[in-house]
Design a protein around this ligand. Structure first.
Ligand SMILES: O=c1[nH]c(=O)c2[nH]c(=O)[nH]c2[nH]1
Length: 312
């Protein structure tokens, strides 16, 4: 095979998992942002891969330093806005035509301490990590277009009733009994695509990313609780539909939901009844639901989702 028979395929490179903690000390009530940021650049880096020519390679170390310098110079208001700053900075450079910038944001809450009258108050500079879920953001710039995703991972929820699964086809390998009452539990990972260029031309100022985040999380939790579920798929769709109905800035929301099975333990061996009270929490295997819920007619924007493991 001659070297001309081989070509470099799609590629990106950069610094993964830059851990940056930004303290805002403008007032005695400090604010804290704790992020894990990755920066991956795209462009014509063929000569680097094929002949070791680094003359167009923005060092991954420089990318890391830029994250820290931007945290100082611009602060970190929201993960989405921080990624927009990074993406625009790098794509303004000749060598870079696009890229992918991602962030995980770890939530900290103020520690509650007794106030002067003994009532609880939020401490100014002491925090406790809140473990409910991790907020995420991802910005992809491809062919001059920005694709911005908000999201969260591992929002673990469980309901002890209000979930059924029946009516499915049976064949010689089907053993699962139909159930009208079961535990339903999942770790919800979601990403939502903002309508084209929410960050363009002052658009970032118009989109309140924190408010969108709070609304999406609340709606997803509400639907999980309130929908009498005939399947996890149905619950997933209801959550997506509620979000699209309430948040005009979002045009597509995608979920990854494992079905964290809970098996009713057979206690009849011990002469005991078990009317859905004692369960074995399953580990593996687990059901897995991946789906997107999209506005009809929304433009297809596959670049937003490519290489973002798990989302279809
Ligand atoms: O909500 C569910 N959806 C399924 O597709 C499925 N399949 C299964 O075995 N249990 C369940 N539960």
């Amino acid at each position: 095979m001659s070297s001309s028979d081989v070509v470099l395929g799609p590629n990106q490179y950069g610094k993964a998992e830059v851990r940056v903690v930004r303290v805002n000390r403008e007032t005695p009530v400090h604010r804290l942002m704790d992020l894990n940021v990755s920066s991956l650049l795209r462009g014509d880096f063929t000569d680097c891969y094929r002949s070791g020519d680094n003359s167009r390679v923005i060092a991954t170390d420089t990318q890391k330093n830029t994250v820290y310098a931007f945290a100082k110079e611009h602060g970190i208001s929201t993960p989405e806005e921080f990624l927009l700053l990074l993406g625009r900075h790098f794509t303004a450079q000749d060598e870079v035509s696009g890229g992918r910038w991602t962030a995980e944001s770890y939530p900290w809450e103020r520690i509650q301490v007794p106030g002067p009258e003994g009532e609880p108050r939020a401490h100014e500079h002491s925090f406790v990590k809140s473990k409910q879920e991790i907020r995420t953001a991802a910005l992809t710039v491809q062919d001059g277009v920005e694709h911005l995703l908000g999201g969260f991972s591992d929002l673990t929820v469980l309901k002890t009733t209000g979930s059924e699964f029946s009516g499915f086809p049976r064949d010689r390998y089907t053993t699962l009994p139909e159930t009208q009452d079961r535990i339903m539990a999942t770790d919800i990972t979601a990403r939502w695509l903002f309508a084209a260029d929410p960050g363009a031309q002052g658009g970032a100022a118009e989109t309140d990313f924190d408010a969108v985040y709070a609304t999406v999380k609340q709606l997803v939790l509400e639907q999980f609780a309130l929908v009498h579920s005939l399947s996890l798929q149905q619950t997933l769709y209801a959550a997506g539909e509620a979000v699209l109905g309430a948040v005009p800035e979002i045009e597509d929301i995608r979920f990854v939901m494992p079905n964290n099975h809970h098996y009713v333990v057979d206690l009849s061996r011990f002469g005991l009844e078990n009317p859905n009270e004692v369960f074995q929490a399953g580990d593996r295997p687990y059901g897995l639901m991946n789906a997107s819920v999209t506005r009809r007619g929304a433009p297809s924007r596959p670049h937003a989702w490519e290489w973002l493991g798990g989302f279809c």
